[in-house]
Every structure is written in structure tokens, then in C-alpha cells.
Ligand binder design. Structure first.
Ligand code: GAP
Length: 599
């Protein structure tokens, strides 16, 4: 049993001891901000990803893609990450350690949102509060604070002529492929594209174990909508209860949480966009399902200065661990920012054709200059003159009302007879127009979700007079579904039956650990500590006693055990795993095995 420490310390110790996660490359001293997930952690993380995929891709009817993690420089010129994806860096004059200036201010003053403060003011705050280096204690007053771009740069191929970057968000892989993904959506809005994959940020000071790392996994959904026509299915989440912390409450002296429902929050305008409201609703339900404690969970709206360069509005899902709030997901309204930028910077088409409800009759100006006149008159500039005439006809048709018209091309002015331009106004029938879709983006950090789940699942209690530590993980994400044991390991018949049963359960789709080493009590504790929700034990009574062909099922959190016929085992385990049945129902149906049987 661990001594009482912070939740984070207890978790780091358990995570390392039981194979959840640990600092990577330890044999070579490690590298800050990189973690390896051990067998339990990798299984938990992959279950969280599967649960996310099931809810946000499959059930929403979205498309999942997998794009490369390295992308060429023009992608990030267009997205704004090359210029705007910076954190504030201050270097210690004593030990040379780099620090995030805004974090130093937040950690040592009452200021909560230092990220949005301009650099010059941050320098002043460091001096005014006489902030010191957390590593060596040197005074940081007077040290310059600089913007530091968080992207990892590399070269694509030998040489340095083709710079590339490790993507800082999976989202850009989706945006860049929009011209092809829209084909799969039959060029029709709304549709969503998702991606679960690695993102990389050269964080100035990685911290809190897997909470702020340099390589991590995002699960992102880009919902493409027609802002004038598309609405979410708000009705389906209208009654979901949420704890909101709007920007106005954060700024008020007596600011408080707003306990409300999604329906009311959208109707009252607290959540300004119904799509954001919709995703907050399904996210709230999803987080509860995977085991986040809803008493330690809130949605917080970004303050104006805190929003990313692309976001019009943003809410974060936050979980509380050790008294601190951790951002575990962001829900941003990105408007048409990304698709417009990629449309401007590339030759591809980032729009969607929107059909009018009724075809429209419109007037359109046409110029069709006589090039046999323009050619000899303007020589090599004739084509530019033609383009300038077309552009002018579009912009200012009245310029063609006189006998001649003047245009500028390549810095020179040209005068052209209007007759030669063949200017006319024609009527046309249009069936639709090209629009740039807007994007609503729920963006989840997988490691931070795993961290929260583990922290919120950690429990200590006493069973049969003995202290135990256990993880009350939701069966939806627990690394192992079932532990299968012979009651004693030295009876061959019991061991053989337990091994066969473990194989049968694996074939039925359960992830199973078979364990026959040590006392049965010790084996239960091992599974409790890694959060296995149920253990199945083969004992003598179940072989040949009063209840032949039966086993016991033990529930992790209460340590209660019931005796169940083997023929019902798979169905009953499925029912309690999926939540379709409570363990109480098994207790009502079957014989309860006396406490102490697991000692
Ligand atoms: N595409 C939007 C985007 O990337 P973000 O708020 O920068 O938005 C989304 O990141 C989520 O990714 C965060 O809510 C967080 O859970 C996770 N995340 C961001 N930086 C991280 C880091 N350095 N380490 C671990 N997770 C991180």
C-alpha cells in the first residue's frame, strides 16, 4: 500500500510498477516529454481510442482517415502554424534551463490566464513579482521573453531543400485532404472526418507525466457544415446535464459555475453555437462512460485572448486532478479559416457546390475581345489586356458605357475601343454556388483522458481485514476484461479447467489473463490493482461438489462473488461488462459465495 501522496505521485508509482506507462528510453537516461505505454497502459489507451472511434466515428456516421505525421512546409505556412504556433520562452541566466514564461506567472501569482498576456507585459510581471528559476533559484527579472515555435522541424529526403514538420495537430491531415474526402461524402454537407494519431509539440517544459508531453495522441473530428443550412441533432442531447464555466463567469468577481442542460445552454446563448453544444453533450456522456468522475469535470469557455489563431469560439473539457484543472479536450469553432487558407495557398478546390433551392436567373457581363485587333496593337501584352478587360467588366460594367475603355496591365495603361471588346450583359441560369464549409472541431487528447481515468479510478480500502489498492476502471476501457484462476494451483484438474475456460472466454471476445501463481488472495489483488472488473475462479465445488460445472464470478469493487453455471458464464459476463446488467442482478439470481472465500 502506498503512503498518502498527491494523486499524481501515487499514479506515477502505480503506473510504473504495474506497467501502465513510464519515461521512454530510460536505458539512455531518457528524454523529457516522451513516454512508453507498457502492456496495461497500451491496452487501456487502445480501448479509449476504440471507445472514441465507436462514438465519434461509427455512431456519428463519419469517415476515419490516417494521414502522414510529417507534412511539407507549405502546409504549415497556409495553416498559420509557422507564424503563430508559439509559446513564451524565458531562459535562466544561471543554469540555462528553459521555462514557459506564462506557466511561471500562473504558478507563482494569482493570474490564471497568462498565455493571453502580451510578451512585454509578461516581462514586466516577471520583474514585478521577482520570479526565480524553479531549477536553480536565479532571478529572472530582466531576462528576455521570446516566442518559441513548438513544431519539430525535419528535412524530407537528403539535403535541406525540402523542409518538413512533424504535425502539431492531426487536424491538418484532414484539412489538406478535404478535396478528396469530400468526394467520399458525395460533395454534400454536413459530413465529418476523424483521425486518431500522433501529434508532436516541442513543449518548452513538459510536465505532469503524460499530461504535457512532446509526442502524444489526438482523436480529432472535423465536422464540415454549411453555416447557413446545417443544424445538429440537438434534441438528442438537449437533456444532458453539464457544468459550464463561461468566459463571463471567469471574469466576474463572484463568478460561478452554471449547472444546466445542453438544451438550455444553447437556447439561452451561453453556448453560442448549436454544433458546439451538440458535441459538448455527446462528449459529456462519452467521458462518463469511459470512467471520468463527473463531480471532477467541467466545460470551460476560452477567454478571448486565449483562443488559438484559427478559433472563433472554444470550450475546453477539463478534469480535476490534485486540485488542478487539466484541459482534456477542446471544442473549437474554426469557421472557414483552414479551408480558405489551404484554398488560397494551393491549387486544389476547398469549396463545396451548394445547390440553390430554386435555380436563379442572374445577369453576367461578358467580354470577348477581338484578338486580331488586340494582338497587333498591344503585342506581347495583349493577353494581359484581355484579362484586365474581363476583370474590369466583372467589377465595373459602367466603364464600358463610352466609346473607349481604359485598363491597366503590367503597370501600363491601355485604351481599347469598346466595340473591339465585344462587351455585353447576358442572362444566365445558375443552379448553385461554391461555398467554403465551416468547421466545428472536437479535439481530444488521449493521454490526458487516460491520465484522468486512472486518477479518478484510484481507490484504497480493506478486504477481509487487509488493505488493498484498486482501480475502479469502467469495463468499457479496462485493459483486461476477466482474470481466470484455479482456486489452488497444485490440483491439475483445476488448472486444466481454468486454462480451457480462459481459452473459451478469449474465443468469445474477452481479453483474459490466466494466473495460477501465488495465493488466490494475491491473484485477486494483482487484478484489482490493474483494474480488471471481474475474476472467474474454478474451484472444487464447481468440479464435483454440490454445484458441478459452475465457477465463481467476483466483482472487483465490492469483492462479492456469485456461483454461476459455466453454460451461463459468457452471457452473464457480457451482460455485466456492457452494463446491460448490474452485478446486483447476478447476486439476486445466483448463490452468493461467502466472504473469505477469496482469502
Ligand atoms: N486541433 C486542435 C488542437 O490541437 P489543442 O487544444 O492544441 O487543439 C487538443 O489540443 C488536445 O490535445 C488538448 O485538449 C489536449 O488534450 C491534447 N494536448 C495538447 N497538447 C498536448 C501535450 N503537449 N501533451 C499531451 N496532450 C496534449
Amino acid at each position: 500500500m502506498s503512503e498518502a501522496r498527491t494523486e499524481g505521485e501515487r499514479l506515477a508509482e502505480l503506473a510504473k510498477r504495474r506497467g501502465y506507462f513510464f519515461g521512454a528510453s530510460g536505458a539512455y537516461g531518457g528524454a523529457a516529454g516522451f513516454y512508453t505505454f507498457g502492456p496495461q497502459g497500451a491496452a487501456l489507451k487502445s480501448n479509449v481510442e476504440d471507445a472514441w472511434r465507436d462514438r465519434f466515428t461509427v455512431r456519428e456516421g463519419n469517415f476515419e482517415i490516417e494521414a502522414p505525421t510529417i507534412m511539407p512546409e507549405p502546409v504549415f505556412e497556409a495553416s498559420g502554424h509557422l507564424d503563430g504556433f508559439d509559446d513564451m520562452l524565458v531562459e535562466c541566466p544561471g543554469c540555462g534551463e528553459s521555462h514557459r514564461a506564462d506557466h511561471l506567472i500562473e504558478d507563482h501569482t494569482d493570474i490564471e490566464d497568462a498565455e493571453s498576456i502580451p510578451i512585454a507585459e509578461v516581462e514586466d510581471l516577471i520583474a514585478d513579482h521577482d520570479l526565480q528559476c524553479p531549477n536553480c533559484g536565479a532571478h529572472l527579472a530582466g531576462e528576455p521573453v521570446e516566442d518559441f515555435n513548438l513544431m519539430f522541424e525535419t528535412n524530407i529526403g537528403p539535403g535541406s531543400s525540402t523542409p518538413g514538420y512533424l504535425r502539431p495537430e492531426t487536424a491538418q491531415g484532414i484539412f489538406v485532404e478535404f478535396p478528396r474526402i469530400k468526394e467520399y461524402a458525395r460533395n454534400s454537407l454536413p459530413f465529418g472526418a476523424t483521425q486518431i494519431g500522433r501529434a508532436y509539440r516541442n513543449e518548452i517544459s513538459p510536465r505532469k507525466s503524460i499530461v504535457r508531453t512532446r509526442e502524444f495522441t489526438q482523436a480529432e473530428l472535423e465536422q464540415f457544415i454549411d453555416p447557413e443550412r446545417d443544424e445538429p441533432d440537438l434534441e438528442s442531447v438537449a437533456d444532458v446535464g453539464v457544468t459550464l464555466y463561461p468566459a463571463a463567469e471567469q471574469q466576474a468577481d463572484d463568478g460561478a459555475y452554471v449547472e444546466t442542460t445542453i438544451g438550455e445552454a444553447v437556447e439561452s446563448g451561453i453556448v453560442g453555437d448549436p454544433w458546439i453544444g451538440y458535441f459538448l453533450g455527446i462528449a459529456r456522456e462519452w467521458y462518463e462512460r469511459v470512467g471520468v468522475d463527473m463531480d471532477r469535470f467541467r466545460f470551460r469557455q476560452h477567454l478571448a485572448g486565449e483562443r488559438a489563431h484559427y478559433a472563433a469560439d472554444c470550450w475546453d473539457a477539463e478534469s480535476e486532478v490534485d486540485g488542478d484543472w487539466i484541459e482534456i479536450a477542446g471544442f473549437a469553432h474554426r469557421g472557414d479559416y483552414d479551408l480558405s487558407k489551404h484554398g488560397e495557398h494551393s491549387d486544389d478546390d476547398f469549396t463545396i457546390f451548394r445547390q440553390f433551392e430554386e435555380p436563379k436567373r442572374v445577369e453576367r457581363t461578358v467580354v470577348d475581345p477581338d484578338m486580331s485587333v488586340l494582338g497587333p496593337e498591344f503585342g506581347g501584352d495583349a493577353a494581359d489586356v484581355r484579362s484586365a478587360l474581363e476583370e474590369l467588366a466583372d467589377r465595373d460594367p459602367s466603364a464600358f458605357e463610352g466609346e473607349t475603355v481604359r485598363v491597366t496591365a503590367g503597370g501600363d495603361t491601355y485604351e481599347v475601343d469598346v466595340d473591339v471588346t465585344n462587351f455585353r450583359v447576358e442572362e444566365q441560369t445558375l443552379s448553385g454556388e461554391h461555398i467554403t464549409p465551416h468547421v466545428i472541431e472536437p479535439s481530444f487528447g488521449v493521454e490526458r483522458t487516460v491520465y484522468t481515468i486512472l486518477a479518478h479510478a484510484y481507490r484504497e480500502d480493506e478486504v477481509d481485514g487487509e488493505k488493498r489498492t484498486f482501480l475502479s476502471l469502467s469495463p468499457a476501457v479496462a485493459p483486461t476484461d476477466v482474470g481466470v484462476f484455479p482456486l489452488v494451483s497444485n490440483v491439475e484438474e483445476l488448472t486444466a479447467r481454468a486454462e480451457a475456460l480462459a481459452d473459451d472466454l478469449r474465443a468469445a471476445g474477452f481479453s483474459v489473463v490466466h494466473d495460477d501463481s501465488g495465493s488466490i488472495g494475491r491473484r485477486y489483488r494483482r487484478q484489482d490493482e490493474v483494474g480488471t472488473p471481474f475474476c472467474v475462479t474454478v474451484d472444487r465445488d464447481g468440479l464435483e461438489g454440490d454445484a458441478p460445472d459452475s465457477v465463481t464470478i467476483r466483482e472487483r469493487d465490492t469483492a462479492r462473488q456469485v456461483r454461476v453455471p459455466i453454460e451461463s458464464l459468457v452471457a452473464e459476463l457480457r451482460a455485466v461488462e456492457s452494463g446491460e446488467k448490474a452485478f446486483d442482478e447476478l447476486v439476486d439470481t445466483y448463490e452468493l459465495v461467502a466472504p473469505g472465500a477469496d482469502a
